[in-house]
Ligand binder design. Sequence first.
Ligand code: NAI
Length: 472
Amino acid sequence: MYDVVVIGGGPAGYVAAIKASQLGLNTACVEFASDEKGNQKYGGTCLNVGCIPSKSLLDSSHKYYEAQKDFASHGIDLKDLSVNIPSMMKRKDDVVNKLTTGITGLFKANGVEAISGRGRVINENLVEVSNNGDKTSLETKFIILATGSNPIEIPIAKWSENIVDSTGALNFESVPERLGIIGAGVIGLELGSVWSRLGAEVTVIEAMDDFLPIVDKQISKECHREFKKQGLDIHLGSKLTSAKDNGKDVEISYESKGEEHKASFDKLIVAVGRKPNTADISDESFPIELDELGRVQVDDFCKTNYENIYAVGDIVRGPMLAHKGSEEGVMVAERIAGKKARMNYELVPNVIYTHPEVAWVGKTQQELEDHGVEFKIGSFPFAASGRALAAADSVGSVKVLADKKDDTILGVHVFGPSAADIVQQAVIAMEFGSSAEDIGLTVFSHPTVSEAFHEAALAANNSAIHIGNKRK
Ligand code: NAI
């Protein structure tokens, strides 16, 4: 009998398994993904077809873009610059392999039993594992479901040779001349950036009228302006009505302001969101409660409708983010081990890995306005940051929102160089209940782009040094 069986080995599941084992629980992790040689592939979407391969291509394509567009301004002249897509893809695959085999090593080092196959809950204490027609049963005291999510396929644009999801878009063999993307969300913008930097003409079709509505309005306006400048042709308020892959290219129609438009692309990426993998997670005789979006219904501690069954990561409420899933995995393992762990869902950072990056934590200005919270704003542009200027990377700004009454930081929004790392400093500060004044009183290294956060926090109290703050 196991103490814990985890179903799914992505960032939520494998982290939960390692933590549970570290806490002295006899733990197994069931995963069906395997490579051509039959070796198990842990890491889920994040490591295999998500965060890691996309960041690998984002970094490679950014280097190429910089070499092409920015090196000359630094006095570096390059001749005969070219891009080798097969080499770029091989490097990406090597990074992925290194990390996925790393998890197998971590399981061994931490005493987690790796079990190959598809797991399914039969009852509170039984998980059935199917592997190439063989079925085995695992008896266990606790079960953690972590089966992740998959891209949504829309009926009018079914996957084909040239209509692909995010996984397909990470494996193009050459740069498409004309690339269409449905959805200006996180995936659409990240993959659009990769292929645009490598030379594709990128058109993005987005149904909503607003650009990046989850992002603070002022920041999303800055992003929209910059991405258009970088060459992304973004059509807002445009709904896909048909897509036909005729083998050579993809013909699409979309409706915008009541008018029908047509376009044709070599490849079309459909990135309209992801759906939780909850079909067939349990036997029909043992229903696990789902919500209206097909996600497993859980409480604040990720417990399902059964006392000893938990669910974490993309299959439960909240943002579909690897780090959110991993922290849920840690919380659940600790609670199973009898600890009182809880997770602070208010402070989950978000990042979009375009260049510059977009990152934020806490409330947006519009959320504060909607909730009638009185707040102060401190903004600081990277155009006034010495380090950003030295690096020729000075687009964007930092925006700090603080409570008008007690100065507590309520939200930090960054569009600019190293935005993800700057926001992480804000997450730490906010975890400790920091005020804008606390950040203002903290010594920041000079010259760093982080100083823009320092200045934005000072600006929230009208005391920034490197922008005008005339006494009233
Ligand atoms: P998303 O929800 O971020 O964006 C999808 C977009 O498609 C929306 O703006 C939506 O309005 C639009 N759309 C939907 N149907 C449409 C249609 N028929 N025509 C035109 N537009 C349409 O979803 P996305 O980008 O697929 O990402 C999925 C999930 O993966 C997200 O929850 C995201 O958080 C996560 N993710 C996170 C990353 C990160 O943290 N950097 C990277 C990649 C994914």
